[in-house]
Design a protein around this ligand. Structure first.
Ligand code: PHE
Length: 463
């Protein structure tokens, strides 16, 4: 994967000073690792449930196709053309295009969003570790613990000590990998573990199919009822599309800097988006049959998978082994996403020369941990403090995912569509035919920005 043993000065457009992916496959794995994570398996089902199902899913898919894929290509190409951290790539490319260096603030915004997202993300990844540990215990205890999913989840949330323990473990693991540079070990792990997660998910979908509630699930997910849609639903669907594809916070741009010159950006972006969307839809098909079978509320919120899946694991033979594997693999998926949330800030700090890669990673890790305490406490001792009905964690998640990610994406789209020199852009997308290029350009220049803008206005109640 990214080999940092051999830092080549990043002063031409062939290599980055931070190292390079060893192949096209390595980049696809890393970017898919970034995209596929808690966003697909934890967030997609519960946000879909909160927004009434079918119509939300349809709008989400439209956002992926019309805004997501073109922007995914844009982030990769900015990274590869700039070959630096997102902040410095944006600055240098703006200057090379005879525009103001201030475009670098899009990168600053991205690094800040990454920090905000990583805070609550790490807490939730901590929940998955706690669940994995619980199932491991069940494997070794001869008694099958009678499972009360709701009670178990509530107990976990009520304990700041336990939450902080698992949070700290997860942040430490993420800092460790980012500090090492993304090395062969991770590439190998991702190559094996991600397909395993996929297979387990398919197994859970199989369980859902046998449950008698699969038909209901399909119509819930794929029959749009537009009477439930308002500006805020569309905003949430768009936010989820950005979140799931890791867009708008320059993480993919950071990874793009390490992409070899011969990689076909359009094709690669398509593969990443397909894998990401496939996993989200499968997660929905695995989880909703359980919700319906047990008469659970679709308004469970962030706890949805943590209170539904245990019903299935309690029911299936060897459920504790499956439960252990599932939550462990989910934690791995979260891990490969977390490192991309840190990479923009870490790359920038280490380029500034005052930080080594290690000290940059530790700094970002500590800052994340501190902010994450706010999310931890909002589950228990601070749960009474809310603004507009949202506690601290919900507020950070809403602002970062639904407002700032689309805003960052809008800015990136404007940069690539209107600021960056056309020669640079066309050269990066040389594999596209003229027709494909024109379509991409139209989507990036007009469709994306107008949609984001209109959705903002409508969610704010202006239109
Ligand atoms: N895409 C990741 C997921 O779905 C989360 C993420 C968001 C990662 C933004 C990087 C940037 O879990």
């Amino acid at each position: 994967m990214l080999s940092s043993e051999n830092p080549t000065p990043g002063n031409d457009d062939q290599v980055s000073g931070h190292g390079m992916w060893s192949s096209r496959m390595a980049f696809i794995l890393a970017a898919t690792g970034s995209a596929v994570g808690l966003g697909n398996i934890w967030r997609f089902p519960y946000v879909t449930a909160e927004n009434g199902g079918g119509a939300f899913v349809l709008i989400y898919l439209v956002c992926i196709a019309a805004i997501g894929i073109p922007l995914l290509m844009s982030e990769i190409l900015v990274g590869r053309a700039g070959r630096h951290s997102p902040i410095n790539s944006l600055k240098q490319l703006a200057q090379r295009s005879q525009r103001t260096w201030r475009w670098m603030f899009v990168g600053v915004l991205g690094a800040l969003i990454g920090w905000m997202i990583l805070s609550f993300y790490s807490m939730v990844a901590g929940w998955t570790l706690a669940y994995g540990w619980h199932y491991l215990g069940e494997i070794f205890s001869s008694t099958t613990v009678a499972l009360d999913p709701d009670g178990k989840f509530d107990d976990l949330l009520a304990s700041p000590g336990a939450l902080i323990f698992w949070l700290t473990l997860f942040v430490t693991l993420s800092v460790g990998i980012v500090a090492l540079g993304v090395e062969k070990g991770l590439e190998r792990a991702v190559r094996i573990l991600m397909p395993m997660l996929f297979v387990l998910l398919l197994l859970m979908v199989g369980y859902g199919m046998a449950s008698g509630f699969f038909q209901q699930t399909l119509s819930y997910l794929f029959t749009p009822d537009f009477s439930k849609v308002d500006g805020n639903t569309i905003l949430q669907a768009m936010g989820q599309a950005f979140f799931s594809l890791s867009l708008g916070m320059t993480g993919i741009m950071a990874y793009g800097a390490y992409v070899p010159r011969d990689v076909n950006i359009g094709k690669t972006a398509g593969i990443i988006a397909l894998a990401d969307t496939g996993v989200a839809l499968l997660a929905g098909m695995a989880i909703f049959p359980i919700v319906f079978a047990h008469g659970l509320s679709t308004g469970e919120g962030p706890g949805l998978i943590f209170v539904t899946l245990p019903y299935a694991f309690a029911d299936i033979e060897f459920g504790n082994i499956l439960g252990f594997s599932f939550f462990l693999l989910l934690a791995v998926a979260a891990w490969t996403s977390a490192i991309s949330l840190m990479e923009p800030a870490v790359a920038y700090l280490s380029e500034s020369k005052r930080f080594s890669r290690l000290s940059a990673a530790v700094t970002v890790g500590v800052a994340t941990w501190v902010l994450a305490l706010g999310s931890v406490f909002s589950m228990n001792i601070w749960s009474g403090y809310t603004i507009g009905g949202k506690n601290f964690q919900e507020l950070i998640e809403y602002i970062a995912s639904n407002l700032l990610l689309p805003l960052g994406g809008l800015a990136t789209g404007l940069f690539v569509g209107w600021v960056l020199s056309r020669v640079i852009v066309r050269e990066q997308l040389s594999e596209l035919s003229d027709g494909q290029y024109q379509l991409w350009r139209f989507l990036v220049r007009y469709v994306g920005p107008v949609l984001v803008f209109v959705v903002f206005l409508s969610a704010a109640g202006v239109i």
